[in-house]
Write a protein that binds this ligand. Structure first.
Ligand code: SAM
Ligand code: SF4
Length: 335
């Protein structure tokens, strides 16, 4: 008998095929927008998914139609068992990718290539070493910057993620785009989002419109080409005529893309989050350890997903910190 195709859908008809797994809450940077100033209480190791659990839980999702898995964190490369996790996940029929701060990515090129990882998302918010220290509280600019070129030389497809914050790095938009003139990379400007302890307010965000206005004024509107976005892409993609690479804008707050969302998040301690903005979570690790079937929990979690931004659907919802900071800090979710 032909097996019916399986998938995880929500009540708004969206099918979820993309799982983002956070491997750790630890990080070697302290980005102000991600890690609260006072740090975060770390979950004891015994309560985090081990390599075998990451694989087995991921497999349940893949059996239900997930075709893409991204490893994130915290800094995923800090997991000592990262090679084991990656090699196990590579046995599943999925596209694997990783989001990293790039500090130590060059030590893993062979491993990544062996297991079919072709695209790397590297986060870098400034091209200025002093500013890097102010944003991250650490002095690793040289390593990260060097790794951009090592990644390109090694043949990886590279996306650079920059979180834009007014008065901090919004004066560097053109410098970042300029990188795409000679290099075939994709620079993505991410709107600063509110999470627990990150001192967010609307005035610090740089909107989709503001970015485009700056770019159009600099290059001339006719030179800024709108590219076709891939299905489910959260990025609105553009290119400057004649440049090798491209740039994009991810504007969760001012220009959301929830209609086509296909993402589910699994935190390093095995909690399912159906939206980055959702303040509710489902523990799947405890029942999994007790030998229970976690599929009904997954279906229930995704089934109850809000149509938009975890229920923060009105722009005014972002005026009230009570509403938008009920969530975990980003470092403990996994971006
Ligand atoms: N450590 C890795 C890194 O920095 O790429 C992976 C984890 S990090 C949480 C994943 C992504 O989330 C990064 O691109 C980071 O810039 C983004 N991010 C973190 N906090 C954010 C915030 N408040 N608003 C928007 N993006 C944020
Ligand atoms: Fe670490 Fe990434 Fe968060 Fe920066 S954004 S503190 S590198 S997890």
């Amino acid at each position: 008998m032909k097996e019916t195709s399986k998938h995880i859908t929500d009540s708004h008809g969206r099918t979820h095929t993309y799982l983002r797994i956070s491997l750790t809450e630890r990080c070697n940077l302290r980005c102000t927008y991600c890690m609260p100033e006072e740090g975060v209480p770390l979950t004891p190791k015994a309560h985090l998914m081990n390599a075998q659990e990451v694989f087995e839980i991921a497999k349940i999702f893949v059996d239900q139609g997930v075709t893409k898995i991204r490893l994130t964190g915290g800094e995923p490369l800090l997991r000592k068992d990262f090679p084991e996790i990656l090699s196990r996940l590579a046995t599943l029929p999925v596209t694997l990718s990783i989001t990293t701060n790039g500090i130590s990515i060059d030590r893993h090129f062979d491993l990544l290539k062996t297991h079919g990882v072709k695209t790397i998302n590297l986060s870098l918010d400034t091209l200025n070493a002093e500013k890097f220290k102010k944003i991250t509280f650490r002095d690793y600019f040289a390593e990260v910057y060097r790794n951009i070129f090592k990644l390109l030389e090694a043949g990886f497809r590279l996306k650079i993620n920059a979180v834009l914050m007014k008065g901090v790095n919004d004066d560097e938009i053109m410098d970042f785009i300029q990188l795409s003139e000679k290099y075939p990379l994709i620079v993505r400007f991410i709107e600063f989002m509110p999470f627990d302890g990150n001192q967010w307010n609307r005035q610090k965000t740089v909107s989709y419109q503001e970015i485009l206005q700056q770019v159009n004024a600099h290059y001339g509107e006719g030179k800024v080409l709108r590219l076709k976005d891939a299905p489910h892409d959260t990025t609105r993609n553009f290119k400057i005529e004649g440049f090798k690479g491209s740039f994009g804008i991810i504007s969760t707050v001012t220009n959301p893309f929830c209609d086509t969302c296909n993402r589910i998040r699994l935190t390093s301690n095995g909690r399912l989050k159906n939206c980055l903005f959702s303040s509710s979570e489902t523990d799947v690790l405890t029942p999994f350890r007790e030998g229970k079937d976690i599929l009904p929990l997954i279906q229930e979690n995704v089934g109850s997903k809000f149509a938009m931004r975890g229920g923060l659907s009105a722009p005014e919802d972002f005026n009230n910190p009570e509403e938008h900071t009920k969530n975990r800090s980003m470092i403990r979710i996994g971006g």
